[in-house]
Write a protein that binds this ligand. Structure first.
Ligand code: IVH
Length: 689
């Protein structure tokens, strides 16, 4: 392969980066995932570093964002809106820390006690809000950092922002932060698009940006946008601040939304731990984050450190591994699940997403394929978020080869050949043939799986093999597998056969909730199975119960109740239960829970660091007692537990709303007794429901 001329490649990369800047910042319609964009920018940075002669002042590595569009009036930022440099790995974060220390040493500052602030990096769009005399007078996008777009009328529709500030607010106050679309709002919007047969939106960030940059503010108003404040711009009058964290507290006091997860952290090690926590828990939030922003807390040091042409030296964005990548879609197929559901899925050229190789990704259902309009041969965006199954987000239309045909959902089951059925008003298409080999295999696999009867050694491959060889025909057949027949199979020695038979034997003792899950009753998951089992104690009582009795069980409700009745109403299912009973399976439920359920209906918010609990342990302790542990304080909150270095706004919010604030000892008292400390005897604790 011939070596590419660096000057040419630099030019090409600049063209590409500018093109994608425009798609992202001006058109709110990026063609490629952020990770692919970051890769282009990093390649450009690396080439400019290697060949300094090729550097130009207008290179996108030295500028911010994209020029403002002509749709909105221009707004000059009195204090420029800068971007952030990125660190993608722990060593890159360390390197930033090293540069910081060296620079401070040069400036004659001791580095020993540089306090840092860790903030979630919200994936939305940066906006500057300007208040004069306590009233919002202007809101602008970042634009190229110097000139943004006037989006005042649109931002004014965002509910969570104060229109008027309390007296005593600075004469001029610019608040910078991120406008975002809560995930719940985004999902509801997309559900409505699917319902209407329209194209779905790709992700909350672009939808937020598109919603904000509308000509008609009434469209913005309907989009449920929200805001987190994270920085001051121009300020005239008002108190003087020594620390960034104080500015955030001040903003929270003025009624601006400040993210509850802001933390003052003592070292880069603590920053790293905080980032690890949020990388693991990012999907617990109702908004998207793509990393952690680290800022030097001391404002005097910030001023000394200053800026490069595009970003502050006193801050860095530590980005999480990408959850979206692009790859080629080879073909679309349909799988038949244990309930007969026909799920379209994509076979992809394998690609590493969020740390694992993805070759297959779901397309959910017929309407989703239509709404996304992905076609075999397309370059597609693949997303793998947390524990969720990888999915195809949509095609990269700019790269669609000519002549690709839309994909048609099959009319017949690809496994048994019987017609597929889509009941009126339902999203799913099904194979309704109960003897369809795919359904039978799926239901046996499910019965033996970990969340159900947990039969080790009876996984997908063996179930399929036994079915094929006629050693197994249905679920009950598991308990009649013939040892000699198994020993006759290739690769099955005495040890593995005996292990399998022992695992099958052991499964007979699994308590009722496991059996209920294994029976493959629509909508019934582990939580519902637990609830039924606790209430009725025996499968016969569940079979006898009517819909109302079932639906009255806490955690069950009418959908599950109907499904349970329907399941037991089918003669074949009752026969299965009888066969399992005859085989010696336990039909009874578990004993009452070990921990007293003294926090049912209550919600306890925990903020800051506790001595005797990690954050997760505190939440677990609350949930184990039947309570909830949400991330934000509302008037329904029972109590807020405050540890060391609490979130900036939770305590303030609790005090505003009159919600009791507890220390760690008070929290332990609440866990032990279900009562607030100081509460007498049977004093009512406010319930969150
Ligand atoms: S501070 C001069 N803090 O990330 C400091 N930015 O990649 C400027 N962002 O343009 C920004 N969360 O749109 C800051 N907690 C946070 C942030 C944050 C998200 C965005 C912001 C910025 C971009 C840079």
């Amino acid at each position: 392969m011939s070596e590419v001329d660096p000057a040419e490649r630099v030019e090409e990369l600049r063209r590409l980066v500018r093109h994608h800047n425009q798609r992202y910042h001006e058109l709110d319609a990026p063609e490629i995932p952020d990770a692919d964009y970051d890769a282009l920018l990093r390649e450009l940075l690396a080439l400019e570093e290697r060949f300094p002669d090729l550097v130009t002042p207008d290179s996108p590595t030295r500028t911010v964002g994209s020029a403002p569009s002509a749709t909105f009036a221009p707004v000059e930022h009195r204090v420029p809106m800068m971007s952030l440099d990125n660190a993608f790995t722990a060593p890159e974060l360390q390197a930033w820390g090293g540069r910081l220390e060296r620079r401070l040493a040069e400036l004659g500052e001791s580095t020993r006690a540089v306090g840092l602030v860790g903030e979630l990096k919200i994936d939305g769009l940066a906006i500057s809000l300007r208040y004069e005399g306590g009233r919002m007078v202007q809101a602008a996008t970042r634009g190229d950092g110097r000139t943004g777009e006037d989006v005042t009328a649109n931002v004014a529709t965002i509910d969570v922002l104060p229109d008027v500030l309390a007296s005593g607010a600075p004469e001029v106050l610019e608040v910078r932060g991120e406008v975002y679309m809560p995930i719940g709002v985004f999902e509801a919007l997309n559900a409505a698009q699917v319902e209407a047969g329209d194209r779905t939106y790709a992700n909350p960030r672009n939808t937020a940006a598109g919603s904000l940059r509308q000509k008609d503010p009434s469209v913005t108003a309907r989009r449920g946008l929200a805001f987190w404040s994270y920085q001051l711009g121009e300020v005239v009058g008002g108190p003087a601040f020594a620390r960034h964290s104080e500015t955030l507290e001040f903003l929270a006091d003025l009624g601006f939304p400040v993210n509850p997860e802001v933390r003052v952290l003592e070292s880069l090690g603590a920053v790293y731990d905080h980032a690890q926590h949020w990388q693991a828990h990012r999907h617990d939030l109702d908004y998207e984050i793509d990393g952690l922003v680290v800022k030097v807390d001391d404002l005097a040091l910030q001023r000394e450190l200053g800026f490069t042409s595009r970003a502050p030296r006193w801050a860095i964005a530590y980005k999480f591994p990408p959850e979206e990548r692009t790859t080629r879609l080879r073909r679309i197929m349909v799988s038949i699940g244990r309930t007969g559901r026909a799920t379209p899925f994509a076979e992809l050229e394998p690609v590493v997403v969020a740390g694992s190789t993805v070759g297959l990704a779901t397309l959910h259902n017929q309407d989703q394929v239509r709404a996304k309009d992905v076609r075999p041969g397309d370059v597609v965006i693949v997303r793998k978020a947390g524990d969720v199954i990888p999915e195809v987000v949509g095609p990269v239309l700019a790269e669609r080869p000519e002549g690709l045909e839309p994909w048609e959902f099959p009319t017949d089951c690809p496994v048994c050949g019987q017609p597929l059925v889509r009941p009126e008003g339902e999203a799913d298409t099904r194979c309704v043939n109960v003897s369809c080999p795919a359904r039978v295999a799926g239901s046996i696999e499910h019965f033996a799986s970990r969340g159900a009867m947990d039969i080790e050694g009876l996984g997908e491959q063996r179930v399929r093999l036994f079915l094929e060889l006629g050693l197994l025909h249905d679920i009950a057949g598991i308990y009649h597998l013939d040892r000699d027949a198994l020993l006759g199979l290739e690769g099955f020695g005495e040890t593995s056969v005996d292990n399998l038979l022992r695992a099958i034997e052991d499964s007979k003792a699994r308590p009722l909730p496991h059996l209920l899950v294994g029976l493959n009753i629509r909508h019934l998951g582990p939580a519902g199975a637990q609830a039924l089992s606790r209430r009725f104690g025996h499968i016969d009582r569940i079979e006898e119960a009517d819909v109302d009795e079932l639906a009255a069980v806490d955690g069950v409700g009418p959908t599950i109740a109907e499904a349970v009745r329907e399941w037991f109403g089918d003669e074949r299912n009752r026969t299965l239960v009888q066969e399992l009973r005859d085989a010696g399976l336990t039909m009874e439920g578990p004993a009452a829970p070990q921990v007293e359920q003294n926090l049912v209906g209550r919600s306890v918010v925990v903020t800051g660091t506790l001595d005797r609990f990690t954050r997760d342990e505190a939440a677990e302790a609350i949930k184990a007692r039947g309570g909830k542990s949400p991330g934000s304080v509302s008037k329904k909150t029972t109590a807020v537990v405050v540890g060391a270095d609490p979130g900036a706004s939770k305590r303030t919010r609790a005090e505003e709303l009159g919600v009791p604030v507890l220390d760690e000892a008070g929290f332990e008292h609440l866990l032990a007794t279900g009562e607030l400390p100081g509460a007498e005897g049977d004093t009512e604790v406010p319930s969150s429901d």
